[in-house]
Design a protein around this ligand. Sequence first.
Ligand code: PMT
Length: 351
Amino acid sequence: MSPQAKRSSVIHTSIPDAGSAIDRNIPDFPIAQLSDEEKYFRTYKAPPYLEEIEDEVRKFIDYHATHTGKKVALITSGGTTVPLENNTVRFIDNFSAGTRGATSAEYFLENGYAVIFLYREFSLLPYSRHYSHTTNCFLDYMTESNNKIEINPDFADEMLMILRKYKKAKDSNSLLVIPFTTVNQYLYTLRSIAILLQKVGSKALFFLAAAVSDFFLPQSRMPQHKIQSQSTGKLIIDLEQVPKFLRRLVDNWAPSGMIVSFKLETDSSILIDKAKTALDRYQHQLVIGNLLQTRKKEVVIVASNDQSHWIKLTDEEVKENMEIESLIVPEVAEHHEKWISNHIKKEQESH
Ligand code: PMT
């Protein structure tokens, strides 16, 4: 007997219920409020190149889903700018050089991930970071011999190692680099990539190391042209709060991916509490806390089960130029493995 045949009558959901359709005793629902994030995307335009980026990202994810089966890490890196004029001469920026993101990207690649590197244009990039923003001029890495340019032998061994890793990442199509500059470009691109990453489910890892502006100037109040000197001798800028997108990411854009956010503070006494509050508020999996002053040699990893522990480089390790990301990334990858196994278990149980 088919399931329908058991029912005494057939249900048609498309037919209005005449009995209660115009029941005036039922109070009106309050008007549906748009969330701050939805309002944001309705108000601000997507960058004109977004579809192009989506095509590239889709191909990259499809390639790894079909051919390599690699886990995919989306790493965000660098600061975002907040333009103050439409024809932008001035903008607000922050300190982030993208060291955390670019360095972590290299270690994720070494740990077998495919990496989408969403970075602030002109901030540090994986591999080239070793030479691009140093206080040494890049020409110092070269010498001339018999009318030809050669790599200065003092740097050749190290450069060869980095070149090999870079080529490996490129030849295996494991690194996709996507730029942003403004906070608006960042938010739109993050949303698009997160939605596309749903294809790899729990194999997606979000490593949100970018320092995203908390305030911005809405387009409606942005002057078209360069702000002129003020007769008051002062310039007062009235900024709005950028909505926190982490909750949207966790609930809607990336429901199966593992999400790691960062918490930056300058006061050590509040760091762990702030990290725990973020986990509580956004319900994601890990927060990596760091202090502006010591971020290159110590971080605290706070997990959703309330466990936290510090990773610290010893003075010796700092002297030997060890990078703290070489310790952070394998630990995050271990958490991610558990996340994936739990998802597989849950799927098996539900079948
Ligand atoms: O680039 P470096 O010089 O190496 O520096 C690295 C770093 C210090 C920037 C990095 O390690 C770091 O801490 N990055 C996050 C800094 C930060 O912006 O923290 P926050 O407290 O403002 O935001 C916390 C989280 O909320 C972030 O993961 C962000 O993705 C998220 N967020 C932020 C703003 C916003 N509107 N919506 C968000 O969801």
